[in-house]
Design a protein around this ligand. Structure first.
Ligand code: ADP
Ligand code: MG
Length: 582
């Protein structure tokens, strides 16, 4: 007796719905994408009770005639591709012809639609996949889809829904993604009868980010100078070094206009920000990757969240380079801030040690370094009539033996001297490692160290790198090594312990990394011990040198662990705090 049977269309749709429609946010995604594909200029989304009770998406796009309004509810009915060749170069967000029948099979569904030139539109009402009513309807040109009681006929799926709050957050995130990817479309979002946002259409991504996330975030973003690396064009905005979030919620990445999640891209962002990001934090990005449609396969996942790249290494490289370049270009404008003239005469003058006039002159003017323009640290007395050079900031004092207080044209600057020193040391050691290697000092008593087989294998593989980093390690027998020298800045109370620490932290930190990256990890992990401790009292010239060296760093605004090295408090902010300005 034969047992194989074809599923009914409704049941097949419900099965497919399991993949495409995981939760209310998936419905919002599919409907908004359809509106975008229909060339809408305005999209309004309304939800009730986390989208479980109602989702309504209204657009002013091209609409459908009656035949299409009925056909679009059939499985595999799409206007977006026709042949297998089209699949290789999809230019629309949708193409699988699955979303509408899937949604209609698991909800109480109503579609109204009207083409611009048509006298009347069409209304179709479907319940659990069965068409119940077809009649004239749809007043304004465009399309409106209403989805009520999602999963009402799939109790198992309904049980998996989270709280209304969580589902609402997911929907909001989905709308953020669409709104950022399409600044040229106006969006409105209404939740439980309250208007959450209304975003006017704009040509500039910058305006859309501001309307959605506010001035303050925008002020902390850098524009990625749009450039092509290999086959990938990268543009958008990214957070300045030190700007980060505890979640990926503000990590927006689009490939050919489609929001995607990809471990590859996540890793590339991290790599680009490396040392400019605190551990466990995620960068803030609004990054747009553009490539020929044939370079990326979007047909990997029914919800099309994931994509497959033809040249993953090239994509990674393009992202890393774009981020590095953007962060580094920010350095110059940042340094300018500190070199702009301080506006007023010093209100706090620190007593200068009594020194001969000639020396005083020398002390207050820092030597001109060959790479960087001269920085003048002006600590002269208020009645000093000398014309002031244009590049200067003023050190006012030190707070709590840790924070250097400075004044620049913008206002007050606080520098964390420990974090600053870490950054300086990190870059200096990295430079040395790239060139002649980190200096090494012989131990009085070489240490013979036995390691576990796995650690021994790791050390063997990375021997050359360890030596470049100033660790004089040599093989000394099976799983045994001799440690003869260490970089002088490492406090070597117990060299064996130290080597084990280095192995443990590096082994987990970077299994795939290049030798250079490995060295950087090691430096970042070890410089802390050597950097100026919080309450090391620095002498005046040392503070000046610290600030000057910091300004010459490649990424001066954060320590190698991504913590900020300095905080600027503008005069405007102070005026607000003192109630001088509203
Ligand atoms: P896909 O988007 O993959 O083609 P869907 O099931 O989401 O599949 O939609 C089926 C078809 O219905 C689309 O190809 C499109 O022609 C039409 N359609 C859906 N939504 C809209 C809309 N908002 N405006 C105009 N046409 C739409
Ligand atoms: Mg679709």
């Amino acid at each position: 007796m034969s047992r194989v049977r074809l599923l009914s269309d409704t049941l097949a749709s419900q099965v497919a719905a399991g993949e495409v429609i995981e939760r209310p946010a998936s419905v919002v995604k599919e409907l908004v994408e359809n509106s975008l594909d229909a060339a809408a200029r305005t999209i309004e989304v309304l939800i009730r009770r986390g989208g479980i009770s109602l989702i309504r998406v209204t657009d002013d796009g091209i609409g459908m005639d009656r035949d299409d309004a009925l056909l679009c509810l059939e499985r595999h009915a799409t206007s977006k591709i026709r042949t297998a060749d089209d699949l290789a170069s999809v230019a629309t967000l949708g193409f699988r012809g699955e979303a509408l029948p899937s949604i209609a099979s698991i909800s109480r569904f109503r579609l109204t639609t009207r083409e611009k030139a048509a006298v009347a539109g069409t209304e179709v009402i479907v319940s659990g996949g069965k068409i119940e009513t077809v009649r004239d309807g749809g007043e304004a040109p465009g399309t409106q889809v209403e989805v009520r009681s999602l999963f009402y006929n799939l109790p198992a799926r309904r049980k998996f829904l989270r709280s209304e709050m969580t589902e609402t957050r997911n929907i909001e995130h989905q709308l953020y993604l669409q709104a950022i990817a399409h600044p040229e479309v106006a969006f409105a979002f209404v939740r439980d009868e309250k208007l959450v946002f209304h975003l006017p259409l704009t040509r500039r991504l910058r305006d859309r980010i501001r309307d959605l996330l506010g001035h303050e975030l925008l002020a902390r973003l850098l524009e990625v100078e749009s450039a092509t690396h290999g086959k990938v064009r990268v543009s958008g905005f990214i957070g300045q070094a030190g700007v980060s979030r505890a979640t990926r919620d503000q990590q927006f990445v689009f490939v050919n206009g489609r929001a995607i999640e990809s471990p590859l891209i996540g890793a590339a962002l991290k790599e680009g920000y490396h040392t400019a990001l605190m551990k466990g934090q995620f960068p803030v990005t609004f990054l747009f990757l553009e490539m020929a449609p044939a370079e990326v396969d979007v047909n990997v996942h029914p919800a099309k969240r994931e994509v497959r790249f033809r040249d993953p290494a090239g994509v990674r490289e393009a992202i890393v380079r774009a981020i590095r370049r953007t962060l580094e270009s920010d350095r110059e404008s940042w340094q300018e801030q500190f070199r702009a003239p301080a506006p007023v005469e010093p209100s706090v003058v620190r007593p200068t040690p009594p020194v001969a006039p000639a020396e005083d002159e020398q002390q207050s003017t820092l030597p001109v370094s060959s790479q960087a323009p001269a920085i003048r640290v002006d600590r002269s007395s208020p009645n000093d009539e000398r014309p002031r050079p244009s590049h200067q900031f003023r050190i006012l004092g030190i707070l709590n033996k840790l924070y250097v207080l400075m004044e620049n044209a913008e206002g007050l600057v606080l520098v964390d001297q420990h974090a600053a020193h870490e950054r300086i040391l990190f870059e200096e050691l990295r430079r040395r490692m790239e060139t002649k290697g980190v200096p090494s000092q012989r131990l009085l008593l070489p240490q013979v160290i036995e390691l576990t087989p796995r650690d021994a294998e790791w050390v063997e593989q990375n021997l050359a790198t360890l030596q470049k980093m100033g660790l004089g390690v040599e093989e000394f027998g099976r799983h045994t090594f001799k440690l003869e020298s260490l970089p002088p800045f490492l406090s070597a109370g117990d060299p064996a312990r130290l080597l084990q620490d280095v192995i443990d932290s590096l082994k987990s930190a970077s299994n795939s990394s290049s030798p250079l990256r490995l060295g950087e990890e090691m430096i970042a992990k070890t410089v802390c011990r050597h950097a100026v401790k919080a309450n090391d009292l620095l002498r005046d010239p040392e503070v000046e040198k610290l600030i000057r060296d910091l300004l010459d760093c490649e990424l001066p605004y954060c320590c190698p662990h991504g913590r900020p090295t300095m905080i600027q408090i503008s005069l405007g902010e102070l005026e607000k705090k003192f109630g001088r300005k509203v």
